[in-house]
Design a protein around this ligand. Sequence first.
Ligand code: SFD
Ligand code: AMP
Length: 614
Amino acid sequence: MPFFSSRKTIFVDSDVLIIGGGFAGCGAAYESRYWGRELKIVVVEKANIERSGAVAHGLSAINCYMGMQWGENQPEDHVRYARGDLMGLVREDLVYDIARHVDATVHKFEEWGLPIMRDPNTGRYLREGKWQIMIHGESYKPIVAEAAAKSATRVYNRIMVTHLLMDKARPGRVAGAVGFSVRDGNFYVFRAKAVIVAAGGASHIYRPRAIGEGTGRTWYAPWSSASAYGLLIEAGAKMIQMENKIVLTRFKDGYGPVGAWFLLLKAHATNAYGENYEVSRFNEIKSLVGKYADIKPMPTCLRNHAMLEEIKAGKGPIYMHTQQVLDTKEKEEIGWEDFLDMTIGQAVVWASQNIDPKERASELTTSEPYVMGSHATCSGAWASGPDDCAPGDYQWGYNRMTTIEGLFGAGDTIGGSAHKFSSGSFTEGRLAAKSAVKYIMDLKEATPQVDEAQITKLAEKIFKPLQTYKVGRNEIVAGTVSPSYLLPLQGLQRLEKIMDEYVGGYTTFYVTNEHLLNRGLELLAMLREDLDYVGAEDLHQLQRAWELNHRVLTAEAVARHTLFRQETRWPGYYYRADHPTLDDADWHVFTASEYDAKADQWRMSKLPVHHVIE
Ligand code: SFD
Ligand code: AMP
């Protein structure tokens, strides 16, 4: 094993190990220190926490803020909102838990230097909408990361975590994680008493609309590579709602978000003939989803659905009428800053296509699907809830602990609680950390034992793509097609094509059925076999290889859950053409899966949806 034996193995012991220093990871680091003054708290991050994760480039709004100090909203209201938007299915205990603590998080952000816009008339935070507030957020991530860096004992940047480790003595318990440095190629073994996975959601599971050199342009960050799910699935954690992928309505080509335009600037969208399609299609939507069509505001998936039907009917392009609302200098500034803070590419589209938003409308379209746990969607791990408000069967230990002992999660990692966004993800990181520290204190045990033989085997596996490339490269004189390996990018493109064509991507208008899904699963199985032959030219490509592994495992979970749920619960996110309507009698439930890596088998089940808020 030449590629492994020539590398240094570095062992790092900690009390709390946080995988991923994005929003949830930063929250976890901050709160671990608060409750565990003497503990060794380690953050391991594949990029650099100063500018990593979905918020790397900044944001222009905080989308989850109650405003309880001004009596604006109560946590119960937020549960009703998230439940309605997700067509009835959320973990109300988890949503409530975040909602009751999220304001305190936002106040911390302001204290740490985040400029939050104020309404000059009231002095309160400037509302974008009922739940959202506007920020000058280009430096949102560095501000939040600084607090995390000061809290952690040590932050290990540029280390890609590839696998979780289990306790040698107690196989159901987590013991740490392994990964490699993307800079010097050293192999890292992290041993910890409790692990918090906060490794973000997934883009590039589905073929993006952008092509060629623009392929990296997606709405969710291209570096959100499904590790939160891949790591957990491989370890056998129970996952839920993996079929609940999200499709976003976005400004065409730049993927600029629409919230500030609809809610703050009060712009409206029409088809090419000036018709308000959400109004004209209401009765049709009602016949599809019944009472769910009456929810206010109209659930995100149904808004997508109305738009998709217009496009299919040949009434596109769909236009956001920016020109009707930018009637003052202040509004024009807000419009531009919305993109410059968060999605600079959209401002570039305007500049490069001679679009002055105060002169003419801009096109909207729907994105490719993403897998996330923090937006208007809730894929992720099944987690134990808070002890004061979770129903009995939602509670088996510590808050936010997954079905694996000692393994916690937050942000995109945790399923069932939609509408957390940046502030809610940080808050959930805090909640997970508080209970992880309690778990460690209660346990009073030494660091779990890891299996040396397992570690050596993993190391060989992790570095194998470098060897595969080095040997196989000799068989070709030019180009990238080799008889002995496939490159990470080739694997990624194959994955995206399978998911797009068989599991409801944009080229099929998000439609799939049992036959397509079964064929997709066959093709995914072949892709998984081929992952043993990925070749990596350098450490950067080695990271791509492991990101691909996490994406493929996540994609399989998505396909299996989509096959399992025999209804169309979220038209506009995806359609089961063979079960075209919503079916509350059989499917007012969470879908769950557990993967047994040794046997390579998936177990699917239903879990009850309890309504704890009226
Ligand atoms: O409007 C490993 N989001 C928005 N949230 C808001 O509050 N307001 C907005 O305005 C938002 N908008 C928005 C948003 C995201 C994006 C991309 C755009 C616009 C263009 C959503 C939030 O960003 C999101 O909810 C949170 O960031 C989720 O937090 P978290 O912690 O679950 O994910 P993360 O921040 O991406 O962090 C993950 C970290 O893990 C690292 N990582 N490290 C080591 N090993 C591995 N294998 C790893 N895999 C991943 C990552 O590098 C990262 O640091 S709007 O459009 O909705
Ligand atoms: P977006 O910019 O699309 O990510 O949206 C930001 C926030 O506004 C999220 O909380 C969305 O759910 C919400 N939102 C966006 N568009 C609308 C709309 N037309 N009606 C109600 N809420 C919306």
